[in-house]
Write a protein that binds this ligand. Structure first.
Ligand code: ADP
Ligand code: ZN
Length: 435
């Protein structure tokens, strides 16, 4: 069984990869400068010309691009090819505001699908596999990206899209799906539904899942692996850089290899914009060095993570990114304390609860409030009010230990929190409604 989709690239020496990146960067900067007036202006304002960029060591001289730039330039302002050369648009899910659109030439699609093929092979996928894709199809990049990767690998592809969970399960069972691709929250929901339908984890033929598009914790991974009887792998990407497959997890399950032949990654201090040394935690910035139609240079993802060049047991030399712990704008500041939903998720699952929860933040009499609703397990339904209050207090104490602030915890009945078929909504911040 092939271990890599493209061994030459995935296991390339650091020196060769730097050389390849440098060559591509120099070409790309020229392409953008000549074809994207919006970015040319940013370069002119910074006093940088394409001649100043001789290799990746000069990357830091280029100006950043942000989501605000993308919105300002909407829809065509960052397009670098004539529309007649473009064959597709995709759009962000709009998790944090107005959508942005991205454009693709046929070659851009090929490269993107190639990245997804690497991800599928990395979890053991071959042309013997049945790959069920239940990421949303359409403008969202999840479905189309993995669909394309699955075709390239030669898997029998089930283009299910998201939703209609019982039908998903019927196809999974009837056709013997071996690889499942969806958001981790939807994978958890599928696992829960399988159990309700009376199936045991070993009843399905699944061996691996490729789950991404939203933050998820290691605890959630173990939960999904148990309920589906599989290995669960992470995949990362964003519409602005193509879609899923910018980075993918290998058998080591200790972070995602970034497809560095297409994307140069940097970690910066989100406050100052300063490039941080390897191994520091900060905001991930990507430069697309192969994209033709929508080639973003130094795009600030707002995702917070760490890069590592430690040798990986899988043999790949591509740099690894840690699971993003949430984006900088997912971070809530509650009574002056920085809180990520993932920290709360970790505690809940560790304490034996399901990953079905909702965080509500509000401000009452100038004080921030934090209310966490968590579904109780079926066996707690017979508990007395006193038992439930005791369990709520235990959760409050455990969360306080991690966050340093006291939340209110409400144990609610099973199934009362809406399940997600795509990206889960975990936080309702009502303060924003008042301000
Ligand atoms: P939107 O920004 O509207 O959600 P996208 O659908 O393009 O648009 O989503 C990209 C974002 O999704 C990333 O910037 C990141 O915050 C999140 N994301 C994608 N994959 C992962 C992952 N594996 N882990 C955590 N977050 C992820
Ligand atoms: Zn690896």
């Amino acid at each position: 069984m092939a271990r890599y989709w493209n061994e030459e690239i995935e296991c390339m020496s650091r020196e060769d990869m730097k050389k390849l990146q440098s060559e591509r960067l120099v070409k790309q900067v020229k392409h953008v400068y000549e074809n994207v007036p919006y970015y040319k202006k940013l370069m002119d304002e910074k006093g940088v010309t394409p001649d100043d960029i001789k290799g990746i060591e000069d990357l830091h001289k280029l100006p950043f691009l942000t989501k605000a730039d993308l919105r300002e330039a909407y829809p065509y302002g960052l397009l670098a090819k004539p529309l007649s050369d473009c064959v597709r648009i995709q759009s962000t899910s709009g998790t944090t505001g107005k959508r942005v659109v991205a454009f693709y030439t046929q070659n851009d699609i090929e490269l993107w699908e190639d990245c997804c093929a690497r991800a599928i092979v990395a979890v053991g996928g071959t042309n013997e596999d049945v790959c069920q894709v239940c990421y949303g199809y359409g403008l969202f990049t999840g479905g189309p990206g993995l669909n394309g990767g699955s075709h390239k690998v030669g898997c029998l592809t089930l283009p299910m899209s998201s939703g209609n969970t019982e039908r998903q399960i019927q196809f999974m069972m009837d056709l013997g799906s071996t690889i499942l691709c969806c958001t981790p929250s939807y994978a958890a929901y599928i696992g829960e539904t399988l159990k309700e339908m009376g199936y045991k984890p070993e009843d399905n033929k699944l061996k691996a899942g490729i789950f991404g598009a939203e933050p998820w914790t290691e605890e959630m991974r173990r939960e999904i692996e148990k309920s589906l009887g599989i290995k669960a792998y992470d995949i990362y990407g964003l519409t602005e850089t193509s879609g899923p497959g910018v980075a993918f997890e290998c058998e080591a399950q200790t972070g995602m290899h970034i497809n560095e032949d297409n994307f140069i990654a940097e970690i910066i201090d989100p406050e100052t914009g300063e490039v941080l040394p390897e191994g520091s935690k900060g905001e991930l910035v990507f430069t697309s060095i192969t994209k033709e139609a929508f080639p973003l240079l130094r795009y600030r993802t707002r995702d917070i993570c760490v890069l590592s060049r430690e040798k990986c047991s899988c043999g790949r030399t591509l740099v690894k990114m840690s699971k993003p712990m949430g984006r900088s704008d997912d971070m809530m500041i509650i009574r002056g304390v920085n809180v990520f939903p993932s920290q709360i998720e970790t505690v809940l699952i560790e304490q034996g609860y399901s990953p079905n929860y909702l965080i509500e933040v509000d401000r009452v009499a100038n004080v921030d409030t934090l209310d966490i609703s968590v579904e109780m397990n079926a066996d707690q339904l017979s508990d007395t009010v006193k038992d439930i209050q005791k369990k709520e207090s235990e959760l409050v104490a455990a969360i306080k230990t991690i966050l340093g602030i006291n939340p209110k915890v409400h144990l609610v009945s099973p199934k009362s929190i809406a399940r997600s078929e795509g990206k889960a909504v975990r936080v309702v911040d009502k303060r924003k409604l008042h301000d």
